[in-house]
Design a protein around this ligand. Structure first.
Ligand code: DCP
Ligand code: MG
Length: 452
């Protein structure tokens, strides 16, 4: 039984799949009880949806949690951030957004623009808790959930029509489930056949929206949107595109890819493909944009579990040390194995609480090792920490609990490693058999420049 079949067996609720649905590209009313629903018409759905990808993002997440917990804040402009004028707004409730305030704006400026807003200091522990609830809901919809941050994720819903119905029905159920599980928070959901279009569709429907873009109509739907909706086009790139006479995504789709490459380098063909609604990336279960990894290409391929575990431990040590040094905690851990015939296999897991503890990362790695179907031999063993969150946020939480002693021990090891080199300290069980990886190529990587 593959994972999807196992999932279907476990959640064996079967619904009649709708074969067609009607909707229009329209934005209907926007109150909390009736979501915005946008979409287009499709007929023989199965053949038109090679993949079904949902993107879900909570509305004004931190501010909405504050309004949920304190009814006196409901319906009012709320800024989450420090009460002092120093620092920035983390987010603004939708009631505050008409005043043109939002995330990352200096608090002093936001208070000037929206003097009547209530200023609420952040409660990260509470946001983590709600995030776990939301991610748990997502996990009941799909075995493939890729969390991008605390409040947003991609869900691969391909083949789930039997269970949840047509895409619009999936979106409705997802929104309802989040609303019910959190006691009243809304998410905006986009559905299409690529990650890119699903994400644009959800941003388009903000707040409390549901936007369904059938793949056949994705290109036409994108065409009217401004180039600022192109993934990866920041303000500087948008100006550059405007200078080239490209104002809409449709303009980019029509442009000659060679011209785009000449003017924009590698970004040119990338934008051209997005403008054609082409985005082959799969929902990976990868836990976030930033990651820290460490992998070893072995001098001799191995199928020996004890040997593989030793490599995992070395990777976990490197990752833990780098997380602590850079001030990050990981919400997800992954294991990567490359078979002797160069097949790349990965498995990820979301943690119940963020960690920077080597032992924890290693123990999740060992658990993940059990869920690989392949027996080896493997030529590469690696681990990565995903969905990194800043430790300043975490220090406000009482996360360490039982692992406080372990953290102190690991801080002492970091100190020794810093002074005498990474190999100076080895755990007793590593000394019994020296690892072959010492002779092997090592790649410690940082997936996203912004981590540095
Ligand atoms: N956040 C932050 N600093 C930022 C951006 C966001 O601390 N520069 C936090 C606060 C947000 C949460 O992350 O509530 C989620 O970010 P989103 O970008 O999803 O923004 P919101 O959920 O607040 O609003 P939206 O409805 O636009 O998704
Ligand atoms: Mg959000």
């Amino acid at each position: 039984m593959n994972r999807k079949q196992q999932y279907l067996a476990k959640h064996g609720r079967v619904r009649q799949s709708a074969t067609s649905y009607l909707s229009l590209i329209l934005k209907a009313g926007g109150d909390k009880s009736s979501p915005n629903v946008c979409g287009t018409m499709s007929t023989k759905q199965d053949s038109l949806w090679p993949r079904t990808i949902a993107h879900a993002d909570m509305d004004a997440f931190y501010a909405a949690v504050e309004q949920l917990d304190d009814p006196s804040l409901r319906g009012k402009p709320v800024l989450v951030g420090p009460r002092s004028n120093r620092g920035v707004v983390l987010t603004a409730s939708y009631e505050a957004r008409p005043y043109r305030v939002g995330s990352a704006m200096p608090m002093a400026k936001a208070r000037r623009l929206c003097p009547e807003a209530a200023i609420v200091p952040p409660r990260f522990d509470r946001y983590q808790e709600v995030s776990r609830t939301v991610m748990d809901v997502f996990a009941t919809f799909s075995p493939e959930v890729e969390a991008l941050s605390l409040d947003e994720a991609f869900l691969d819903m391909t083949g789930s029509e039997q269970l949840f119905g047509e895409p619009k029905a999936i979106g409705r159920q997802l929104k309802r489930a989040v609303y019910e599980a959190t006691g009243g928070l809304t998410a905006t959901v986009g559905l299409s056949s690529t990650k890119y279009v699903a994400k644009v569709a959800s941003a388009y429907g903000k707040p409390n929206g549901l936007t369904v873009v059938p793949p056949k109509q994705a290109k036409a739907w994108l065409a009217a949107l401004s180039v600022r909706w192109l993934w990866g086009a920041g303000p500087k790139m948008q100006r550059r595109l405007h200078d080239l006479g490209l104002r809409t995504i449709g303009d980019v789709a029509k442009a000659d890819p060679k011209f785009l490459y000449k003017e924009l380098g590698k970004a040119g063909p990338h934008f051209h493909a997005l403008a054609h609604a082409e985005d082959p990336r799969a929902v990976t279960g990868h836990q976030g944009g930033k990651s820290i990894g460490s992998e070893h290409t072995l001098s001799t391929d191995t199928a020996d579990t004890a040997e593989i575990k030793r490599h995992l431990r070395r990777s976990a040590e490197t990752i833990g040390r780098r997380l602590r040094k850079k001030g990050y905690f990981a919400l997800g851990v992954g294991v990567k194995l490359k078979t002797a015939d160069f097949q790349l296999l990965t498995r990820q897991r979301r943690l119940t609480e963020p960690t920077d503890v080597t032992e924890k990362i290693y123990s999740v790695g060992v658990e993940l090792l059990k869920v690989f179907d392949h027996q080896g031999p493997f030529r590469l063993v690696g681990m990565a920490a995903h969905a990194l969150v800043r430790s300043e946020e975490q220090t406000q939480l009482n996360l360490f609990g039982g692992s406080a002693r372990q953290r102190r021990l690991e801080a002492a090891i970091d100190d020794l490693s810093e002074r005498y080199g990474a190999n100076i300290v080895h755990r007793g069980n590593d000394l019994a058999r020296p690892s072959r990886a010492r002779l092997a190529a090592t790649l410690d990587f940082l997936d996203d420049d912004s981590v540095d």
